[in-house]
Design a protein around this ligand. Structure first.
Ligand SMILES: C[S@@+](CC[C@H](N)C(=O)[O-])C[C@H]1O[C@@H](n2cnc3c(N)ncnc32)[C@H](O)[C@@H]1O
Length: 275
């Protein structure tokens, strides 16, 4: 149920996708950075460099999973890490390719949970990295424990022994407080949006009904995407990581080095493949 600011409610079955729904990150890709959604990558890469110092990580080859419009990959590449990016959305990757320009970042259009990147020169071997990252609750788009675990396994298989995986995820508290029944809207000169969010506590799933209005030359275009995220308890995330062989080196309230208490909205995990 979406509550409107005037107290009314929009009754709508929680997981109903409107008929005009585009796939997530189709047209949203064109306006993602303009809406400021790329700011998270700037904060996250900053935080990552603090994590690197803390654990003495010196990455050489990195993969940004669910890289979106490529902001994190660009920042890491500018700091000397040879980067690759993976995302399932061709639209996000198109924006990323433009942004990354001549930085030499290879982009792969692939989907989690099971993905395989092969080495160079038609090698049949899986390409290995010493760092994999995934930012801005991208892993919350995996809607079953099975898919989350399979994604962790795919990451594990792409890491060198001793390689690191750093990711953030939304918590149950975030979906409950930030998504549940909230409406987010803004109107600027050339873009406006109305995002109505719903939360199903039993399933720990949140649904964002996102309407966008974008001005192109002399007319406004409207489009709609529905985004679905699922939250996982910290104990489950850590168990799945360990089951695929990772050692959990750090598990934090995101942007800090504190334990995430019940009220944390976002966690950050720092895990390592066995040496
Ligand atoms: C919230 S955006 C985050 C993008 C980028 N990491 C950032 O920080 O700005 C989520 C991204 O995850 C990608 N994504 C979602 N589910 C995916 C899946 N199953 N496989 C690959 N990419 C996926 C989307 O296409 C989108 O680019």
């Amino acid at each position: 149920m979406v509550k409107l600011p005037n107290g009314d409610s929009l009754a709508r079955p929680q997981a109903e996708r409107r008929k005009d729904s585009l796939k997530p990150y189709t047209k949203f890709a064109e306006v993602y950075d303009r809406m400021g959604s790329d700011r998270h990558s700037i904060k996250m890469t900053d935080y990552c460099f603090r994590i690197f110092r803390r654990f003495r990580i010196k990455p050489i080859n990195g993969l940004d999973l669910c890289c979106g419009t490529g902001t994190a990959a660009a920042i890491f590449a500018d700091r000397g890490i040879k980067m690759a990016g993976l995302d399932q959305s061709a639209h996000m990757l198109a924006v990323a390719a433009k942004k990354l320009g001549l930085r030499g970042v290879t982009l792969y259009q692939k989907s989690l949970p099971r993905f395989k990147i092969l080495g160079q020169h038609n090698s049949r071997k899986t390409r290995k990295f010493d760092l994999v990252t995934s930012f801005f609750d991208s892993l919350n788009y995996l809607l079953t424990e099975r898919d989350l675990k399979a994604s962790f396994r795919s990451v594990y298989n792409h890491l060198e022994p001793g390689g690191w995986f750093v990711f953030d995820m939304n918590t149950q508290e975030a979906l409950k407080v930030i998504w549940s029944g909230q409406v987010y809207a803004d109107a600027r000169d050339d873009i406006a949006w109305v995002w109505k969010n719903e939360y199903n506590a039993k399933k720990r799933m949140a649904y964002c009904h996102a309407d966008f209005f974008v001005k192109t030359k002399d007319h406004w275009e409207r489009f709609y995407e529905m985004h679905t995220e699922r939250a996982y308890p910290n104990a489950v995330i850590k168990r799945l990581l360990r089951e695929v062989g990772f050692t959990v080196k750090g598990y934090y309230r995101c942007f800090s080095f504190e334990n995430p208490k019940w009220d944390a909205y976002r966690i950050c995990a720092v895990v390592q493949r066995k040496i």
